[in-house]
Design a protein around this ligand. Structure first.
Ligand code: KG4
Ligand code: ZN
Length: 395
């Protein structure tokens, strides 16, 4: 079966073509082509995604990306068996462009459409690894599974009891984690998207903090200064300069909800107070790195703490983290580390999966995989008129 998938929920125009063969309980996927045309440079000027601009760009890009994708896959539209298209959640004007494009192709080539929930796509994004093929074994004992989806528009926990059986057990009550990264980056004068920028700054700060380990005499011989009283140097590096502490919002709440708006406001007030003392405080790169690091710690600790709690409560076998923020290396490190500890302390055998870097953000490959399974369940759109964009669609 050949699946053509279309993704236009935000600012990435994605089209992919997958060929899937079934062999017993294994589904063997071959990626014939996968393209993502990012509009990030256009939206950067506005400091965020501007929906009507995204719509215009998708309309312009879709036919071009389709041509390119068919060429790379070396097949003609007539050979496609099913079209999978994202219908929500996302920015409605952007979603509509993909839907209208899919409908036109469906009518022209008489190919059935499968509508795909973008968040289900993010769950499937962890299966492809490096290389052109990957296998999904539907008989594997991977449930109950917990999916932490963290992007610019969403922060939610999905409990997956079985294939296609989803239950949302928690979500953000205000800003999404990625949105908080973007807003704090803006306050620090960093460019959009803010996640990777904050992350770079934070890792510079952590490098500084790694230095003060007490050195032995032998090491001192290799050129390090000999430190007689290690504790005397620690405050110089760890606590040097100003002390910054941000809240870990809702970390001890009984539910699995998040709230990142207060954290963002705490950064706003912190910068305001610092500026009162020194208007040019943000010209100091060390201060910026310190704020970025403490902010990233606050987000990561909150996400990881609640994930571990949910894993214990629901006796989770598989953890999936997806969405743009899952690219965050500190989140990956802390999460994997805490899971490792949990394996030892609670004897839980949990497998953790992050998508490969190129699939952390929005892409059509994940939509193609989710679409393939929906088509196996024969969930084709019967009446094209009924297919509409659903900006607030939920799993
Ligand atoms: O999933 P995505 O590409 O788009 C949607 O929002 O659906 O996620 C984009 C978000 C942005 O807010 C961006 O700042 C964030 O993901 N992001 C990161 C990192 N890379 C992207 N956040 C933290 N650390 C990163 N390395
Ligand atoms: Zn997304």
């Amino acid at each position: 079966m050949k699946v053509l998938a279309i993704e236009t929920s935000c600012d990435d125009t994605g089209i992919s073509i997958l060929e899937v063969k079934k062999s017993g309980k294994n589904d063997i996927f071959k990626i014939l082509a996968n393209n993502t045309n990012s509009q990030v440079k256009i939206h950067r000027e506005f400091g965020g995604v501007f929906p009507m601009m995204a719509k215009r760009e998708h309309q312009k890009n879709l036919p071009i990306v389709l041509d390119e994708t068919l060429k790379q896959a070396k097949i003609k539209m007539e050979k496609i068996d099913v079209i999978a298209v994202t219908y929500g959640p996302g920015l409605e004007p952007a979603l509509w462009t993909g839907i209208v494009f899919a409908k036109e192709l469906s009518l022209k080539y008489k190919i059935p459409i499968i509508k795909v929930n973008h968040m289900e796509g993010h769950i499937f994004s962890i299966f492809p690894k490096k290389g052109k093929t990957f296998t999904i074994n539907s008989g594997e004992k991977i449930f109950p599974m917990l999916s932490l989806l963290v992007s610019g528009g969403h922060t939610e926990f999905i409990l997956v009891k079985d294939w296609h059986k989803y239950k949302k057990i928690g979500q953000t009550r205000d800003d999404a984690a990625g949105e908080a990264f973007d807003k704090v980056a803006r306050m620090l004068g960093l460019q959009y998207p803010g996640g990777p920028e904050i992350s770079k700054m934070a890792s510079e700060e952590r490098k500084k903090n790694l230095i003060p380990l007490p050195l032995t005499k032998g090491e001192a011989g290799r050129g390090f200064p000999e430190i007689k009283n290690p504790s005397s140097i620690l405050p110089l590096v760890r606590g040097g300069g100003i002390q910054i502490q941000l809240p870990r919002p809702m970390i001890h709440s009984k539910d699995y909800d998040f709230s990142f708006s207060g954290l963002k406001t705490a950064v706003l007030y912190l910068i305001r107070d610092l500026k009162e003392k020194n208007a040019k405080v943000l010209d100091n790169i060390n201060i910026k790195q310190k704020i970025a690091c403490e902010f990233e710690d606050a987000v990561v600790e909150t996400l990881v703490y609640k994930t571990i709690k949910a894993i214990k409560q629901y006796k989770i076998k598989t953890l999936i983290v997806g969405g743009g923020v899952s690219a965050n290396t500190h989140l990956q490190e802390v999460m994997k580390n805490e899971i490792k500890k949990l394996r030892k302390s609670d004897f839980l055998n949990i497998k953790t999966h992050f998508p490969i870097k190129s699939l952390t953000g929005d892409n059509a490959l994940m939509i193609g995989i989710a679409g393939y399974y929906e088509s196996r369940n024969k969930k084709f759109v019967k009446n094209l008129k009924s297919l509409k964009a659903q900006g607030n669609l939920s799993l």
